[in-house]
Design a protein around this ligand. Sequence first.
Ligand code: FES
Length: 204
Amino acid sequence: MSWETERLEKAKQIIEMYPQKRSALGPLLYLAQDKDGYISNESIVEISGLIGITEVQVQSVASFYSMYKQEPTGKYLLSVCKSISCEISNSSDVINSVKNFTGLSNNETDDENFFTYESVECIGACGGAPAIQINYETVEGLTPDKAVDLCKWLKEEEPEIVVADELQDKFGGVKSFDWAIADNNGATSPVPGFQTYDTSKEKK
Ligand code: FES
């Protein structure tokens, strides 16, 4: 057993939400990523035992989806969209400004483990292109200058939680649609801040 009692308890709660144990694989992988910042071999073994599938099956899912990381990322994962809607809205300029500010190439992490940069395929915010995610919290309608302001702000403030609505207000532009329900969960690490996985600071 490599997971601590509290994490195992969360895992059991997640598994109980599904009619079949194996269906909990996706969220359990996020639980693993929340532990180490990536999907470690120990976590693969742990998950395999929890839901009764082989380690190879766990690894094959973990390595297929790019949001599951194979190695640790920095405190802030900067994911800049490079797909077509963003491309025709000058995402290349946003990409260049982020790369210039951080000094990072694709999939690189800086020496302080502060920023990881990646260019990614569509993040579902095409109507608000160009778009970026910070620890999977989305900001739409970014300009190259605002992207730099955002990186500077992260560097100076080092927020423990990043919240999409706050980032959008501070640095965003045109949004794809009115998100309506305020996002007060946010993300506390390079793992999506879904309430189910308890990555939120606010607990009900
Ligand atoms: S193409 Fe960039 S969000 Fe869809």
